[in-house]
Design a protein around this ligand. Structure first.
Ligand SMILES: Cc1cc2nc3c(=O)[nH]c(=O)nc-3n(C[C@H](O)[C@H](O)[C@H](O)COP(=O)(O)OP(=O)(O)OC[C@H]3O[C@@H](n4cnc5c(N)ncnc54)[C@H](O)[C@@H]3O)c2cc1C
Length: 428
């Protein structure tokens, strides 16, 4: 791993405090977390402060068609590049791809730190560590040598980004039911179909598209799906519309249309007809990321609620003196503590080379529920103030409500857990 980040001076007390946990994170993971905190304080939060008028105002943040404005896109790229120069962006990308090789535990712990420190307002932090679907990640280990030569340079430098095109209008939870087709033509394929909810697609340079290459195998659920690295500038590739969520006037999710998009053999990601394995691995990374996001936002919100309860007076005393106010916060503390331990454990299992299917499913489902509850309770603690834009609690509330669905709904996660339990995997 590039040790550049160690040069960043840690000038404030670290947010990281592992005293509630009996075991230590590996030194390189701790060091990376400490460096991330310093980096976010030096490079992300001040940048946000400077551009708050743009970043907090939807009328300036989005264009008429719902895409990020050019200024916002430039700021996002600026943060990605700064993080890449400092060694954080690719710190969890395997060394074979030129990254820091830190693995899943660092991925969980690093993201959790950033979400907890920055909260939802300093959202440029989303671009500090390479997101598994938007930037270089272990997924690209499956890419061909030629593909790596073409894209890894700009991806690792934070100059280019990508997206993950699995879900379709007719295939969500049951993602293997997808109907996008890749039909062989000469030494390549022509891809046609539709994708939906594809995050980062409006600004991405590449998209990993999952398509049926063998309809018979696919209908028997025995493979038949392949993954392809597609340039978003390809003829026939179109971002059809930006999807708006929760009343926002713009967004980062898009619906895509592919019409006879030609891809060559070097664009195949992984083995022909075995692309769904890559999809499942990608979703596992997404579950780690979203668990960290939920715990991080939950802890950020809990801390805001505790601070406020100490200073807000009602009936002649701080509201912290009313157990009706503080007991829900104590419950959130216990829930977040449990979720955090689950997140660290699931990530460590992945680092041991175990699929951790049950553990990841339990962790993501539980973390998002308790993170959301912690944010909701923090809103209640703040009274009317809890709903204001300035406080930002509603951003976290929205984000975590959405994460209840993204990368596997709660129901699908429970389904996976039960399937494992019934197969005899009852270790807890
Ligand atoms: C913000 C956001 C970003 C996303 N980003 C991406 C992305 O970048 N790339 C991508 O490919 N996808 C992305 N997705 C899509 C996401 O993966 C799907 O939304 C998710 O898999 C659920 O699919 P669906 O929305 O079609 O719901 P459906 O599958 O239609 O489910 C509808 C309801 O039925 C329930 N249900 C379905 N089957 C069962 C069952 N067997 N048992 C019990 N309940 C069941 C579900 O839990 C849900 O409550 C994103 C989604 C969101 C919200």
């Amino acid at each position: 791993m590039s040790p550049v980040y160690t040069r960043i001076q840690i000038h404030k007390r670290l947010v990281i405090d592992m005293s509630a946990i009996a075991f230590e994170l590996p030194p390189e993971v701790r060091e990376a977390c400490e460096g991330l905190v310093a980096f976010a304080r030096a490079e992300v939060m001040p940048r946000h402060e400077k551009h708050r008028a743009l970043l907090d105002d939807p009328r300036r943040l989005y264009r008429e068609d719902g895409r990020f404005s050019d200024q916002a896109v430039a700021l996002i790229a600026e943060v990605r590049r700064a993080a890449a120069r400092a060694g954080f962006y690719s710190m969890c990308v395997p060394q074979a791809l030129g990254g820091g090789g830190l693995g899943h535990l660092a991925y969980y712990a690093g993201w959790e730190q950033l979400f907890r420190l920055c909260g939802p307002q300093n959202w440029l932090m989303l671009y500090v560590i390479s997101h598994w679907a938007f930037g270089p990640s272990r997924l690209l280990e499956r890419a061909t040598e030629q593909a790596r030569e073409r894209i890894l340079g700009p991806m690792m430098a934070g100059d280019a980004s990508m997206c993950f095109g699995l879900s379709e209008p007719g295939a969500g939870s049951d993602a293997a039911a997808l109907s996008t087709r890749a039909v062989q033509q000469g030494d390549g394929w022509r891809i046609s179909g539709r994708k939906i909810w594809t995050s980062n697609a409006p600004i991405a340079d590449y998209c990993i598209i999952f398509a049926v290459t063998d309809p018979v195998l696919a209908s028997r659920r025995e493979g038949g799906i392949s993954a392809f690295l597609v340039s978003t500038a390809s003829q026939g590739f179109e971002v059809q519309r930006i999807i708006r969520l929760f009343g926002h006037i713009g967004g980062d999710e898009a619906e895509l249309r592919l019409e006879d998009v030609y891809v060559e053999r070097w664009q195949l990601v992984g083995e022909l007809n075995r692309g769904f394995d890559a999809a499942l691995y990608g979703v596992s990374l997404g579950r780690i990321y979203n668990s960290a996001r939920a715990v991080g936002y939950g802890r950020w919100a809990l801390e805001r609620a505790l601070e406020y309860s100490r200073v807000r007076q009602a009936f002649g005393r701080p509201i912290a003196e009313y157990q009706g106010v503080t007991f829900p916060l104590a419950e959130s503390a216990a829930e977040l503590h449990a979720a955090h331990l689950m997140g660290l454990n699931a990530a460590a299992l992945l680092d041991k080379g175990l699929p951790a299917v049950k553990e990841l499913s339990m962790t993501k489902g539980y973390s998002v529920q308790v993170g959301f509850r912690a944010v909701d309770r923090a809103m209640q603690t703040h009274g009317a103030l809890g709903f204001t834009n300035e406080l930002g609690l509603y951003h976290a509330w929205h984000a975590l409500r959405i994460v209840n669905v993204a990368d596997g709904t709660n129901e699908i996660l429970n389904r996976t857990v039960v399937q494992r339990l019934l197969k005899g995997d009852t270790e807890l």
